[in-house]
Design a protein around this ligand. Structure first.
Ligand code: P6P
Length: 341
């Protein structure tokens, strides 16, 4: 998408690109994306007014991850489910907030798309007004449409995605997504309620100066990860880069900044929580969609040993280490993990 299209609406962008979509120009994929866009506009409205009406604070319930669910979490989850279920384009959904596959209610027509989503990532930051986000990952079903949706359809490798994106609810509301033809960013103009193209053809820098990791977990990392972080902070004589530490603790905020500025985000495996030996982040609704986007933008995403998009999923809420960002930085981390450094 060229820069002379800056300011076009997301609907126009989708129509302009429809004939190029890897999924064919049926309009079905465009309608799916429009349903997702509507869901994100509604979430943005709820997030923007959260401080004014009674949606702040914890809803009291506990989600499948064992985390306290905040009211905005529930609103966002319900919103995405409703908009996708009624779009007529989906046959199966999976939410970070729900244990099992979300079936499409019988009264609605079904389509051929699967969507994994994290309705409101970073929600522990809601009360502090820190940027939070929605992340989504799109697949086509692989079993016959006459069959009920199955785990075969839901648990496909990230490399099979036909699209992915995220919305960051921050100082402005930005939607970043890819359908396999590069990465484009759209900023919401609240005065007209439209997402307008603001970041055409995003490419992440080959190497950055930002590293993002929760150093409070240092003592729980494996030795190569400790060695890499020590090198980033003290190896100036060798790598001639003064790295800066930036860590918001909200994945979409940390990822989006590094995507635009360059750098590396790491959530490695750690021994902090025996129930989460592979780290905290989820493969299907966090790592895979962001890995798809970063690769489309020229970056890399790995566990340190394996490309994220090649991981064979085993269950809906599988967790994975995630090291993602500028290709040169990610490759250096992999060299520490392999013992080359
Ligand atoms: P930690 C938010 O809860 C989240 O899932 C991601 O948005 C964020 O990157 C991560 O957790 C932060 O985790 O352990 O550093 O607080």
């Amino acid at each position: 998408m060229s820069s002379d299209n800056i300011g076009i609406t997301i609907s126009n962008h989708l129509l302009l690109n429809q004939q190029q979509l890897s999924t064919g120009a049926t309009g079905s994929y465009t309608r799916l994306l429009q349903a997702l866009v509507l869901a994100c506009k509604i979430i943005q409205r709820d997030v923007a007014k959260a401080g004014l009406v009674d949606v702040l604070g914890r809803a009291g319930s506990i989600n499948v991850q064992g985390e306290e669910v905040q009211k905005l979490d529930e609103l966002a989850n319900t919103t995405v489910k409703r908009r996708l279920s009624t779009s007529g384009e989906c046959c199966g959904l999976a939410s970070e907030e729900e244990a099992d596959i979300i079936e499409i209610p019988r009264q609605y027509p079904k389509g051929n798309y699967i969507v994994h989503f994290d309705p409101l990532d970073g929600s522990s930051n809601i009360d502090a007004n820190v940027s939070i986000g929605t992340i989504f990952s799109i697949y086509r079903r692989i079993t016959p449409s006459t069959n009920d949706i199955s785990l075969l359809d839901m648990l496909q490798k990230g490399v099979e995605q036909v699209g992915a994106g995220y919305v960051i609810y921050g100082s402005s509301c930005i939607l970043v997504f890819s359908t396999g033809q590069g990465v484009n960013g759209f900023t919401l103009d609240p005065s007209i309620g439209e997402f307008l193209l603001s970041h055409p053809n995003i490419k992440t820098p080959e190497k950055g100066k930002i590293y993002s990791i929760n150093e409070g977990n240092y003592n729980y990392w494996d030795a190569p990860t400790k060695k890499y972080i020590d090198w980033v902070k003290t190896g100036y004589q060798e790598h001639k880069t003064h790295y800066t530490a930036r860590y918001v603790g909200s994945l979409v905020a940390d990822f989006h900044r590094n995507l635009l500025y360059g750098g590396i985000f790491l959530y490695p495996a750690d021994l902090k929580d025996p129930k989460k030996p592979q780290g905290k982040l989820r493969l299907m609704c966090e790592a895979n969609p962001l890995a798809y986007i970063v690769e489309q933008a020229g970056g890399l995403a790995t566990t340190g040993k394996e490309r994220i998009l090649d991981i064979e999923p085993r269950h809906l809420h599988q967790r994975t280490p995630l090291i993602i960002g500028s290709p040169e930085d990610v490759r250096i981390y992999e060299d520490f993990i392999s013992g080359k450094r």
